[in-house]
Design a binder for this molecule. Structure first.
Ligand SMILES: [Zn+2]
Length: 882
């Protein structure tokens, strides 16, 4: 716990390390409270570092140092200095030397879940970003790459499985068989954040994979004994990801084994440690009864994501933590492409954009705004953000759009060729695309350095006399903290002009050039594109496939939006038109309600939605997307100032009821017809049918009539898979009724012994719009199955309440804010990463109406004044109040 005022770290102050560690030999004796780590480090001066290297400074935290040896000689206490942050040795030789340290750490006491810790009796590690320094003294920065040999020793009864990075080289028994050891060697140089080690009594699910060049790889997923039968989907996903990376990017796996371990206490989703991925078990374990379609999809995505890091992140790593997007944005783009190929691409794109707008756009619009590549941080753990990950992926996608699939592949091939085995920067990455394709990407680079969501303000004019259409696009770049004036960006805009018959018109610019795939490139603050040979007034369809992460203002009429919903050849934009239309109606309703007027009936919108949702020619999963209205947070973001969460909730509920009533017969029929009789399959077709059916059930129930509740209760009772069971629970959670109480009780009795499934029980009580939600959530924090030390439980209960229940979190009395602040301070004492993440629920507080804003500010000031406060929480709350 730190109380001193921390100093920010700046990108422009980057210096290469003065020393390099190039080979690491670890010997770890596992013990719950006193694990011994002997490290033999081969160290040399860094030729890239100019001048006097100064003393050797190794990072080390929460370690107890026993001894230091330099080239075999034990150092006396005056020959080094050790503090709670580092080990400093002044007199090191100019020639390469060997440093040996022996130190101890305490896994059992480690509730920060970074470094070496125990999760339900399993020893595991999390080193990204700076956890390795809690295992041994080291140059704990990503530009120090070394080969590792790891020997682990433990009591057999305590840890029958011993794993580390790389390939297994030796194992044996000690102490008459009571203890045993294993030695692992990783020949690929890697930074310390990719180190991993696991020890525990684990069972495994095994398979194998033969790479394109014929290397046979043993694949294994390790889980708690008894859970092996829930690993098949993760294994299947892994093999498909391995094949996909060979086919799409020419990348093969490079070790003889690939191991995955699932643990239940984990700060993030998963970690890509070389050859030994460690996962939150929520992202591994799946069976039809325990995992929803959404979980199956997340598992597939995250398994692929971590696997893809083997090349984008591990073989080529980041020079420093400012370059985090280099591995994350790129790898998210790769996992999105994998999912688009494995599933229905448009639905995947809708899902990704929805997620971007829900998580990244508010970040960009509030006090936490930062560029995809930040230029300063206090605590790097605060920068594992939607901006770095999701906007980072959009930037890579724009590169793909601008260069085309082949040009992009050429650039990637050059990147792998040029930087394999090294630590790279964003500049290095873009240089590969420039060199491979001859394109000038200097202006494009601004996407990495400039924060904020650009707005494209468009005007479209058709001239009957000249048969031309002018599209004028102005880039409006709103200021963000610390960046008042912005540079114009290089924006790819995909578009179509749709004629009265519903077909795309041929696109010909005044110059005679025909934009390939409807792609134009906007580079100036204001720019006009003239299209010729347009005989009748067309409806423009802009930003097809969401070709850039921007807000778009075009001023289409309701009739134009209905036309696009019915006719756009770009299925993404059909959906976008429906969202824009619904947003317009909802924002207007909120305005009218707050002014004390009665809003107009949404009859035309309901009818237009009915046409699409009822269109049996369209994929069910795609139609389900039309039924998910803009969320309350989406609406708050669009309204942007003087936000009243109560009015937004009421407006959205009314529209839901209007849809449920207006389309009752159609939805009942759809619900009836899309039932799946056969066995469960996680395939996208089946998942799409269930999604459509569960969405219909939601609308049919929100009227709250007795027969509707009976239908939902029957859906719950007859469910034969988790998707239907949890789906019905979610629907019932919204309406106070005896059926609701009964369903929650039954769900609890059925799943109380399953620590993953029961998280749904916590989450759907936490997201309930009923006024009792805060009292319920407060009570549940004392429930025996809840643990404030377990991040999954904290996310399910407290995280869901703060992030996914705007009407109750933003209660007019401010008690939602107070509740969150109390939990944040409680958690900050042992797990600052999770505490800081929860605090970001306040990221849009400045947009609230005055009274809530006052209450939120008061709460944030209380957090800011608390002592002690971690660097993580200090940085977030400081920015919030700036
Ligand atoms: Zn990642």
């Amino acid at each position: 716990m730190k109380t001193d005022t921390p100093r920010p770290i700046l990108l422009k102050e980057y210096r290469p390390p003065s020393y390099l560690i190039y080979a690491v030999d670890l010997d770890v004796a596992l013990h719950a409270s006193r694990t011994r780590v002997r490290a033999r480090l081969k160290i040399k001066r860094n030729p890239a570092h100019a001048g006097n290297p100064g003393p050797l400074r190794l990072d080390g935290e929460a370690l107890e140092l026993e001894s230091v040896r330099l080239d075999g000689r034990q150092l006396g206490p005056r020959e080094y200095q050790v503090s709670d942050k580092e080990l400093v040795i002044a007199g090191v030789p100019a020639e390469p030397f060997t440093l040996e340290t022996t130190s101890y750490c305490n896994p059992e006491a480690n509730k920060a879940l970074t470094g070496l810790y125990l999760s339900r009796g399993i020893y595991c590690t999390q080193c990204e970003a700076q956890g390795f320094r809690r295992i041994t003294y080291f140059l704990d920065r990503p530009d120090v790459l070394a080969t590792y040999t790891t020997r682990i020793e433990a009591d057999r009864g305590e840890a029958s499985v011993l794993l580390a990075n790389g390939d297994p080289v030796e194992r044996g028994t000690l102490d008459g068989g009571r203890r045993h050891y294993a030695v692992w060697r990783d020949p690929h140089p890697k930074p310390s954040y990719l180190f991993a080690l696991v020890g525990g009594n684990l069972a495994s699910y095994a398979s194998d994979f033969t790479t394109a060049s014929g290397r046979k790889v043993d694949l294994r997923i390790f889980v708690e004994p008894g859970k092996e039968d829930r690993c098949a989907w993760a294994m299947d996903s892994l093999k498909r990801a391995m094949r996909w990376d060979e086919e799409r990017f020419g990348r093969e796996y490079d070790l003889d084994v690939f191991n995955i371990v699932a643990v239940s206490d984990f700060n993030m989703g998963a970690m890509e440690n070389k050859g030994l991925n460690i996962f939150n078990d929520a992202l591994i374990l799946a069976s039809p009864e325990t995992a929803t379609d959404q979980s199956f999809a997340s598992i597939e995505r995250v398994i692929a994501h971590e696997y893809f890091h083997n090349w984008t992140g591990n073989r080529i790593t980041c020079r420093d933590w400012f370059q985090l997007c280099l591995k994350e944005g790129l790898t998210v783009f790769r996992d999105q492409e994998f999912c688009a190929d494995a599933r229905f691409a448009t639905v995947e794109r809708i899902r990704d954009v929805r997620n971007l707008k829900a998580t990244q756009f508010p970040e960009d619009a509030g006090p936490l705004a930062h560029p995809v590549r930040p230029s300063r941080y206090i605590e790097i753990n605060n920068f594992y953000t939607a901006t770095v990950y999701n906007k980072g992926a959009e930037v890579v996608r724009m590169l793909h759009t601008l260069l085309g699939r082949d040009g992009f592949r050429k650039g990637m091939d050059l990147y792998f060729e040029r930087h394999d085995g090294r630590a790279a920067t964003v500049e290095d990455f873009l240089a590969c695309f420039e060199d491979a394709t001859g394109r000038d990407l200097r202006q494009f680079m601004t996407w990495y350095s400039q924060a904020g969501t650009p707005e494209l303000v468009c005007q479209f004019k058709w001239d009957q006399r000249t048969r031309t259409a002018d599209l004028t696009i102005a880039q409006v770049l709103p200021p963000t903290p610390g960046e008042a004036r912005k540079k114009p960006l290089h924006v790819p805009v995909r578009l179509g002009l749709i004629g009265a018959d519903g077909r795309d018109l041929p696109l010909v610019l005044a110059s005679g050039r025909q934009p390939v795939d409807g792609l134009i490139e906007v580079t100036k603050r204001t720019e006009t594109f003239r299209f010729r040979d347009i005989p009748t007034r067309p409806v423009p369809s802009l930003l097809r496939g969401f070709s850039a992460p921007v807000n778009l203002t075009l001023g289409l009429s309701d009739a134009d939006l209905q036309f696009l919903m019915a006719n756009d050849s770009d299925l993404y934009n059909r959906w976008q038109a429906a969202q824009d239309y619904a947003t317009r109606v909802l924002v207007e309703t909120v305005k009218e309600k707050r002014a004390g007027r009665r809003p107009a009936k949404p009859t035309a919108l309901v009818a237009a939605l009915g046409v699409t949702v009822g269109n049996e020619d369209l994929d069910p999963g795609y139609r389900a997307q039309f039924m998910y209205l803009p969320s309350e947070s989406d609406l708050a973001r669009v309204i942007a100032r003087d936000v009243d969460p109560t009015a937004i909730h009421a407006a959205r509920q009314e529209l839901r009821k209007a849809i449920g009533t207006g389309l009752y017969d159609m939805l009942s029929e759809l619900y009836r017809r899309h039932e799946i009789k056969g066995p469960y399959s996680p395939a996208p077709e089946a998942a799409g049918r269930r999604a459509l059916r569960n969405a219909a059930l939601g609308y049919l129930t929100c009227r709250g009539k007795a027969e509707d509740l009976r239908r939902a209760a029957a859906h719950f009772a007859n469910a034969r898979n988790a998707t239907d069971e949890v789906g019905a629970l979610a629907v019932l959670a919204e309406v106070r009724s005896p059926e609701r109480a009964k369903a929650f009780d039954r769900f609890y009795e059925r799943w109380k012994d399953d620590h993953l499934v029961i998280d749904n029980w916590f989450a759907y009580q936490a997201s309930s719009p009923l006024p009792s939600a805060l009292a319920t959530v407060t009570k549940l924090t004392r429930h025996p199955l809840f643990s404030i030390k377990n991040p999954n439980k904290v996310r399910a209960l407290i995280g869901t309440f703060a992030m996914a229940n705007p009407v109750n979190f933003n209660r007019p009395d401010g008690r939602g804010y107070e509740f969150l602040a109390d939990r944040v301070l409680e958690i900050d004492a042992f797990n600052p990463q999770i505490a800081a993440r929860l605090l970001s629920a306040f990221r849009s507080w400045k947009a609230l109406e005055p009274e809530r804003r006052r209450l939120a500010k008061k709460t944030l000031q209380r957090v800011a004044g608390a002592k002690p406060l971690s660097h993580d929480a200090f940085e977030i709350v400081g920015k919030m109040l700036e």
